[in-house]
Ligand binder design. Structure first.
Ligand SMILES: CCCCCCCC/C=C\CCCCCCCCCC(=O)SCCNC(=O)CCNC(=O)[C@H](O)C(C)(C)COP(=O)(O)OP(=O)(O)OC[C@H]1O[C@@H](n2cnc3c(N)ncnc32)[C@H](O)[C@@H]1OP(=O)(O)O
Ligand SMILES: Cc1cc2nc3c(=O)[nH]c(=O)nc-3n(C[C@H](O)[C@H](O)[C@H](O)COP(=O)(O)OP(=O)(O)OC[C@H]3O[C@@H](n4cnc5c(N)ncnc54)[C@H](O)[C@@H]3O)c2cc1C
Length: 627
């Protein structure tokens, strides 16, 4: 029945202060207040409805996304929302759109790679959305290999301009979000050519469309690259294709914090690492880790609530069947994902600190932690997105057949999320960067340069390297093993930072105890999953492995009474979850049944096409093959 909490009995089992855990999940009382207020604002405004997405055509879907983006912007302006509140509103609108790239990449690129003068010119226009930007780096022929990009930017000293050109088909910009139909400007990455000499890939601000009638400017060919994975999902985003035909831009539209070109045509490289040109990608990778905890926690919330609602088998003398959440197999699949959601939340908090710290150091020309920041953002982006994409799919399976319904929210969540394993760096390519960092660290063992921070533990392998220092096989030859070592390195960071989180003051009855249980589940589940490596290297004995298994089962039993409260702590509205299976009150079956009849296919009891195709079949009016 409506208004009845079908999960009340589960909520009454909780052994900790859920409101206190909500603050821990949000990060602070202030962050909780902003999230709670804005999520409810979005949920209560019919202008942000999203339950019809799977029934719209691509063009209807895209136009609806533009409407919502404009409506969101109007809401932000009318309510005078702060930058933090506005970001939260865009998050809870929950629809990939051009604004993700305008706010998430175009603006950060100007802030990170533009000079003070360039920031003063372009940021006010971007913040007021008087221009809409995208990040145009990837090309048809190159994405991972940034140094392989083919677009050219040739300096013309006669006119003090750069000529931006797409020399080949494969140099066409391909994938940039927001590019296809909306962006008026791009940060385009191109090979800088000055006086016939190449100076690597740099970023250039290029206007793409008229601010009067939105038509593409002279020399610009631009459009959408077409439908992507899934129906609604990421098709709300106009990922685009862009070709330049000798497009001229003023010299001062090359982002010049890292490298400069003078009006005399002199190329100058600042005394900063050239990799700062990649700074926007590092920034986005750390935000993607926080996004991973959001996406995984959504899926886990849905699967946990539904696992408590769903009963199957086990009825004794006509009594109620067993809740599937009580099956040990269901717990062994679900609770490690619940623990991962919390683990990724805390590693996301730490990575945000690491990024802020390296940014502050860069301002003082201190580049000492840049390699570690690159390795951590690359590795943790790879680890958390892979685990989250796999976790969302596991949550769909944990919900049985109903998990495959769009009304469960899981198919769309999966379809929107999985590209995170590719965008902002293919996950394997990024792990290879971590592996390169680890090997460089190992090669420096024994020198005066002692490993610190997240690689401090590597001093312990020093003895290994000394006895094996002569044995070196090619990086490429060992890359599979090195990628596994990179994953293990990142997992160690996640576990370490979870443990460090527990050493902080954590208010609320039973809250720290619950987090300790989740931390132990996360760590022991990894040990169980990789026990072959731990056993073969002698890190643990078979008895240790058995003890870990026993402890995991015990920990699952400890989580069980708190599972619903632990997902309630995410404080997601039913609107944001977009899932009948995950609705707060657990009143699933009536809602599933009601939703079915709303499908357009049920607008008529006799389907279109019956008289044309089915009736002739049934009436044998179609010659049938001799049976
Ligand atoms: C239904 C609801 C759904 C809810 C879920 C929603 C979830 C999503 C929510 C929000 C979405 C947010 C919006 C996201 C939208 C998508 C955005 C995507 C945008 C993009 O994809 S932009 C393009 C990204 N492209 C890449 O990442 C390219 C990857 N390739 C590279 O980074 C580089 O090519 C490379 C690093 C792999 C190699 O570079 P290269 O110059 O060749 O360098 P190397 O020779 O390998 O190394 C040399 C040296 O440099 C060091 N180094 C490399 N990179 C960096 C760096 N970034 N910073 C610092 N140092 C770096 C490297 O370590 C070497 O050092 P050494 O010499 O060893 O000391
Ligand atoms: C939804 C979505 C949104 C995007 N948005 C943007 C955007 O806004 N702006 C933008 O510029 N780009 C964007 N991209 C592009 C994205 O950044 C690239 O697709 C991504 O960097 C991967 O590069 P790639 O496509 O060249 O993959 P590839 O590198 O071609 O990967 C193909 C395979 O090759 C393997 N591989 C590649 N190099 C190596 C190597 N050295 N060693 C071992 N294996 C290797 C990879 O692991 C992978 O298995 C987007 C992509 C998607 C899917």
């Amino acid at each position: 029945m409506e208004g009845v909490d079908h999960l009340a009995h589960e909520r009454n089992k909780s052994e900790f202060d859920v409101d206190a855990m909500k603050i821990v999940w949000a990060g602070s009382p202030h962050a909780f207040d902003v999230s709670d207020r804005i999520s409810k604002l979005v949920a209560s405004d019919p202008g942000f409805r999203k339950d019809n997405r799977s029934t719209l055509s691509r063009k209807e879907l895209f136009k609806n996304t533009l409407r919502k983006a404009a409506y969101a912007w109007k809401t932000i302006v009318d309510l005078r929302l702060s930058e933090e509140e506005a970001a939260k509103l865009r998050f809870y609108v929950d629809e990939p759109a051009f604004t993700d790239l305008h706010w998430g990449m175009f603006i950060p690129a100007i802030k990170g790679q533009g000079t003070e003068e360039q920031q003063q010119k372009w940021l006010p226009l971007a913040y007021k959305m008087q221009i809409i930007g995208c990040y145009a780096q990837t090309e048809l022929g190159h994405g991972s290999n940034v140094q392989g990009l083919e677009t050219t930017a040739t300096f013309d000293p006669q006119t003090d301009e750069f000529i931006i050109h797409s020399p080949t088909l494969t140099s066409s910009k391909w994938w940039p979000g927001g590019l296809g139909k909306v962006a008026t400007h791009a940060i385009a990455y191109a090979r800088l050519i000055v006086g016939g000499r190449e100076h690597g890939v740099n970023g250039f601000i290029v206007q793409l469309r008229s601010l009067e009638d939105h038509s593409p400017l002279l020399g610009i060919t631009v459009g959408d690259i077409g439908m992507k994975f899934g129906n609604g999902a990421y098709n709300t985003m106009d990922n685009g294709v862009l070709r330049f035909d000798h497009v001229r831009i003023p010299r001062n539209q090359m982002l010049m914090r890292v490298s400069q070109v003078t009006c005399e045509g002199k190329y100058k490289q600042s005394d900063v690492p050239r990799q700062l040109v990649y700074g926007t990608m590092v920034y986005v990778r750390q935000t993607i880790v926080a996004d991973a905890s959001c996406a995984l926690s959504r899926a886990v919330c849905i699967a946990t609530r539904y696992s408590a609602v769903r009963r199957q088998f086990g009825s004794q003398n006509g009594g109620p069947e067993t809740q599937v959440i009580d099956y040990k197999t269901q717990q062994s699949r679900l609770f490690p994902l619940l623990a991962s959601a919390y683990a990724f939340r805390f590693i996301g908090e730490w990575l945000k600190w690491l990024y802020a710290d390296v940014t502050q150091r860069l301002q003082a020309n201190d580049f000492s932690t840049l390699p570690e920041a690159h390795a951590c953002t690359a590795g943790l982006k790879s680890l958390t997105t892979t685990a989250t994409a796999d976790g969302i799919e596991e949550c769909r399976k944990l919900c049985g057949g109903h998990g495959y319904l769009c009304s469960s929210g899981l198919p769309e969540l999966f379809a929107v999320y999985v590209p995170a394993c590719t965008y902002e760096g293919d996950n394997t390519v990024l792990l290879l960067q971590v592996a390169r960092f680890l090997m460089k660290t190992v090669s420096q063992l024994g020198s005066s340069k002692k490993p610190v921070g997240t690689i401090a533990y590597m001093t312990r392998v020093e003895h290994l390297m000394q006895c094996r220092c002569g044995v070196q096989r090619g990086f490429a030859e060992l890359s599979v093993d090195l990628v596994e070592a990179a994953v293990a390195h990142c997992q160690l960071i996640v576990v370490s930072k979870f443990i460090e989180k527990l050493q902080q003051e954590i208010p609320g009855k039973g809250v720290k105890q619950q987090l300790e249980v989740l931390c132990n589940i996360y760590a022991l589940f990894l040990l169980h999953k990789h026990q072959g490596d731990f056993l073969s290297t002698g890190c643990i004995t078979p008895k240790h492995a058995a003890l870990a298994n026993d402890e995991l089962r015990s920990l699952y039993s400890q989580v069980r009474p708190n599972a619903i409260a632990l997902v309630d702590a995410f404080n997601y509205t039913d609107h944001y979850l977009g899932s009948i299976l995950g609705c707060y009150d657990g009143n699933v079956y009536p809602k599933l049944y009601e939703a079915a009849w709303k499908d357009p296919l049920n607008e008529s009891v006799v389907p279109d096409g019956y008289h044309q195709y089915i009736r002739p079949l049934l009436k044998q009016e179609i010659r049938t093959a001799r049976l």
